[in-house]
Ligand binder design. Sequence first.
Ligand SMILES: Cc1cc2nc3c(=O)[nH]c(=O)nc-3n(C[C@H](O)[C@H](O)[C@H](O)COP(=O)(O)O)c2cc1C
Length: 343
Amino acid sequence: MAAKVETKIKSSAYRSSRLSVAPMMDWTDRHCRYLHRLLSAQTLLYTEMVTAPALVRGGALHLLKHNPQEHPVALQLGGSDPDELAKAARLGAEAGYDEINLNCGCPSDRVQSGTFGAVLMREPTRVADCVRAMQEAVDVEVTVKCRIGVDEQEPHAVLPAFLEQISAAGCQRVTIHARKAWLQGLSPKENRDIPPLDYALVHRMKAAFPALHISINGGITSLAQAQEQLEAGLDGVMIGRAAYHQPTDILAAADAQIFGTGRIVDPTEVVQEMLPYVEAHLTEGGRLHQITRHMLGLFAGRPGARHWRRILSEGAVRDQAGPEVILQALDAIMSMPQVEQAV
Ligand SMILES: Cc1cc2nc3c(=O)[nH]c(=O)nc-3n(C[C@H](O)[C@H](O)[C@H](O)COP(=O)(O)O)c2cc1C
């Protein structure tokens, strides 16, 4: 066990978890992750949640497909049955994922009905059993993403008890979305905004569990805010919506500013680097907009951003649309007088 723990701690996913892009269903697919990787070589990337039953029954194996350039990349699983999760984790590790993460934070109805996600905050013993089974099944790190509680739960009491149990089961790294999930009456979208954030509680958890690697998530919208969280003692920061909508703001300077290696990346270079990837996808029968929909925010807040979005979103859905749409949108950006901006 000790040797296994040591291997896990040295993993690339562990080193990269100072900054991560959150798992986001329908958003962080492999095309999105490829784009994000071009913006930051270091930041840890997460897949969308894949449910363990779907993987184990074989229907969702295509969701494990990813590009070798995406590493370090973590697979997020949804589930609540230890055996099933162990099997799914093994499939993920065999497919090459650097980390397997268990979703204990997602509030959607579909997920509640299957007893996965945030409802598991009520069942720490079951979560610990799941973590233990997954750990035994794979050599890569097994991590958990959770909320601070659900519904009427008292986070000050339930969160430490939850962390205690998963740590005892061998989980050494956790990401805490610093708000409750209200399982009755709120949509998943509302559950990302309405329950109030409690960053102080997450910081107290770091003080109470100094050996546990804790990343904070929820409402962080700039690299400067991420840096503040790290300077205040947390081990990692996970960013979701801001990383998706303004990927350049969050990721282009991440290697230099958060990891202390590498340069600030120019988004126009990233567009050029996407072209061979796009060509390969089209050759395989894919559609342009499946990739370009993730690129709409690349120039957010910069001169020409509106033209970029419009040309890309209108052009990419046309029949036979190809890389020329991207080049046309890039021309619109390049022809704008660029003001000096800090990324
Ligand atoms: C479109 C969308 C889909 C999401 N899907 C997942 C998911 O599959 N698994 C998960 O753990 N969280 C999911 N989340 C929640 C995010 O991972 C993150 O916890 C949340 O957005 C708060 O972080 P943020 O304020 O930085 O966006 C999703 C969020 C969004 C916006």
